[in-house]
Design a protein around this ligand. Structure first.
Ligand SMILES: Nc1ncnc2c1ncn2[C@@H]1O[C@H](COP(=O)(O)OS(=O)(=O)O)[C@@H](OP(=O)(O)O)[C@H]1O
Ligand SMILES: Nc1ncnc2c1ncn2[C@@H]1O[C@H](COP(=O)(O)OP(=O)(O)O)[C@@H](O)[C@H]1O
Length: 627
């Protein structure tokens, strides 16, 4: 270790380039000595800049927390405080090198509410350094950190039993903690645990072995980090290249660029492009340094193929003899990272590798208490909660289980309205049931059904507050259409909730499911050739969008019955507003549950200003105009 003589910048870079990289995270709270340990590691590897060191000496003396010795915690905490500003996911990455290895360490805050930060750091790490205070032994947070590390595929843990100086360097204390932890880790699928007794403050067993614990014959913490062998499961997979972009500088060149996430490839090898299934052979492997004869995991390359194929960003080019599976339904672990809860049935964007597709959680099997690993029933996931969920996608994707390949097995969920990243998860396995259900061909199709009724089927979707006039207007419209000889059906929230949806209440997740079901029913009725009128509050934009997307262009008419809350409240035919104001009904729309105003409805009715008959007339006009 120590600073190497630098011959030239190029020489230095080349030497480090060739070195193996270990990514690790540190888990533990500040009290466990995490910052001190990290600061000590950086100091001992001499990678602190001199001006930072000078500041540190000044601070330590000023604060005097450690009897005039350097306080490394100050250094790390200072750096992360700077970085925390404006960063939602608060993980500080640090880089250092020794003669043997390069390191990237993700330093994640230890508090419970920072589960998502730890998960972010853990998702790319090979190893976790779990700190335990020798005086306290294993704590709830030790369990939580180990669980999240295991969930995100970490199989190696370095258990740093810290503050050994405060327990008189007692071997029995260390051994007891080591044994406790081995039992905990085994149950979670962590296969490699190395326990090391340290004093981060005194630098004992951190970068050099301590003389104070002769009973310990293992390596120092840094030696372990330098020498631990990480086996990569992706090494056993065939070639996988998620296409990041299609390079088309001119007519004669079409290349598919990305990073190889598993396996190796050479010109002439047969490949399959997924999910489509087209086959070809590799013509060239192009890189910034010229053509290559072979590329393997980790290489950034551009492939050209022998045949012209329709390949786009997000496709996966894979070894034809050993391709990944393709599926559209999965069992997954999901960590929720947003203030607004995950609602099953709601549409989100799922991003995996370079592909983005529509997705819904179809079922929460259970949520997991991250502190105890207890499995609990759940209808939604709140911020920082972890659930085991079934996930359905709008289109099939090529994937690997996360345990085999992180790049093709890890995904994020994105809110379709705000574009914020709201969840992160790992694919466990594909649900087979989708494979066994096929579309039945029917000789009488929707066009034939519409023809015999002599009309163009449509869905008139009325949305608005309770009491806005949805049912009244929809009822008038249906009567008018009926008189015109049209075939219609009116689906009303109050009525459907007595039958099909009698199991649903008014929580956000129940409303999502309520609208999902009625939208599917409306679609079936439109398929049957009817003009369907749907009169539900349908308060959320996302579910109205989902409903719209079930229909062909021009078939869906969103009718916003825009009546001011005060007017609805004054009408209060059912006395529900009065009850809600008095606290007798919870989650009442407009009072303590939101109504998201439509942004571009086909028809905007002023429900407070005009009579029901006038409003109905506008709906009829809109429908006839479109037909
Ligand atoms: N908490 C709460 N919030 C809103 N509405 C409530 C609630 N509890 C009962 N009701 C009555 O249920 C009717 C709304 O049902 P919907 O199925 O249309 O609601 S939603 O679309 O799922 O939001 C609604 O009928 P309308 O007045 O016809 O809209 C109410 O009468
Ligand atoms: N345009 C309107 N002007 C005046 N009163 C109306 C109007 N539309 C509806 N109403 C009255 O308001 C009350 C609530 O209407 P309703 O159709 O049941 O609303 P919703 O189905 O949206 O809950 C009913 O008593 C109805 O007669």
């Amino acid at each position: 270790m120590g600073r190497e003589p630098i011959l030239s910048v190029d020489d230095y870079l080349a030497r480090h380039e060739a070195k193996d990289l270990l990514r690790f995270i540190t888990c533990g709270s500040v009290d466990d000595g995490k910052s001190t340990l990290l600061g000590r590691l950086l100091y001992d590897t001499k990678l602190l800049f001199d001006d930072q060191l000078a500041a540190l000496e000044g601070d330590s003396l000023r604060h005097g927390t450690q009897n005039g010795e350097l306080d490394f915690a100050l250094l790390v905490d200072g750096l992360s405080a700077e970085r925390e500003q404006g960063i939602t996911i608060d993980v500080a990455y640090r880089f250092f090198t020794t003669e043997r290895r390069k390191f990237i360490v993700a330093d994640c805050p230890g508090h419970e509410q920072y589960t998502r930060n730890m998960a972010t750091g853990a998702s790319t790490a090979d190893l976790a350094v779990v700190l335990v205070d020798a005086r306290k032994g294993l704590l709830t947070q030790t369990r939580r950190h180990t669980y999240i590390a295991a969930l995100l595929g970490i199989r190696h843990v370095l258990l740093a039993v810290n503050k050994m100086d405060l327990v008189g360097y007692d071997e029995a204390t260390f051994r007891a903690i080591e044994a406790d932890y081995a039992a905990l880790a085994q149950g979670m699928g962590i296969t490699q645990v190395t326990a090391i007794p340290v004093s981060a403050l005194r630098g004992e067993n951190v970068s050099a072995r301590a003389t104070t614990m002769p009973w310990f014959t293992g390596t120092s913490l840094l030696e372990h980090l330098e020498t631990v062998v990480i086996e990569r499961p992706a090494d056993t997979l065939g070639f996988r290249l998620p296409v990041q972009w299609v390079a088309r500088p001119d007519q004669n060149f079409r290349g598919y660029a990305g990073q190889v996430v598993a396996g190796a490839i050479a010109p002439g090898d047969e490949v399959v492009v997924l999910p489509g299934g087209a086959r070809s052979r590799v013509a060239r492997i192009v890189t910034a340094d010229g053509d290559r004869k072979r590329a393997a995991t980790g290489d950034a390359i551009t492939l050209t193929l022998e045949d012209e194929r329709d390949i786009s960003r997000g496709d996966v080019i894979a070894a034809a003899h050993n391709p990944p599976q393709v599926a559209d339904q999965f069992a997954t672990h999901l960590l929720w990272m947003d203030e607004s809860a995950l609602l099953p049935g709601r549409g989100y964007w799922l991003k995996i590798g370079a592909r983005t597709v529509g997705a819904q959680v179809t079922e929460i099997k259970h949520k997991v208490d991250v502190n105890t690993q207890e499995e609990l029933a759940a209808k939604r996931l709140e911020l920082n909660e972890v659930g085991y969920c079934n996930l359905g996608l709008d289109q099939p994707i090529a994937f690997e289980s996360y345990a085999n390949c992180r790049e093709l097995g890890a995904f994020i969920l994105i809110d379709r309205q705000t574009n914020a990243t709201v969840g992160a998860g790992t694919l466990d396995f594909a649900l087979r049931r989708a494979d066994n259900i096929h579309w039945q061909h029917m000789d009488i199709d929707r066009a034939a059904r519409a023809r015999i009724k002599g009309q163009s089927p449509a869905c008139l979707w009325f949305t608005g507050l309770s009491g806005s006039g949805k049912s009244t207007v929809a009822n008038l419209v249906e009567k008018r259409l009926f008189a015109l000889g049209r075939h219609t059906y009116l689906l009303d929230g109050d009525n459907v909730r007595h039958g099909l949806n009698r199991d649903l209440g008014f929580t956000d997740e129940d409303r999502v499911e309520n609208i999902r079901r009625v939208a599917e029913v409306a679609k079936l009725m439109v398929d049957a050739g009817l003009i369907v009128l749907v009169s539900f509050i349908s308060p959320f934009r996302e579910e109205r969008r989902m409903a719209r997307e079930l229909f062909a262009p021009g078939e869906f008419h969103e009718v916003f019955v825009d009546t001011p809350l005060a007017v609805c409240e004054a009408r209060d035919v059912k006395g529900l507003y009065a009850k809600a104001r008095a606290g007798g009904i919870r989650n009442f729309t407009g009072i303590d549950s939101p109504y998201e105003v439509p942004e571009s409805p086909e028809l905007h009715l002023r429900g407070g200003d005009q009579s029901p008959e006038q409003l109905a007339e506008q709906v009829i006009e809109e429908l006839l105009r479109a037909q």
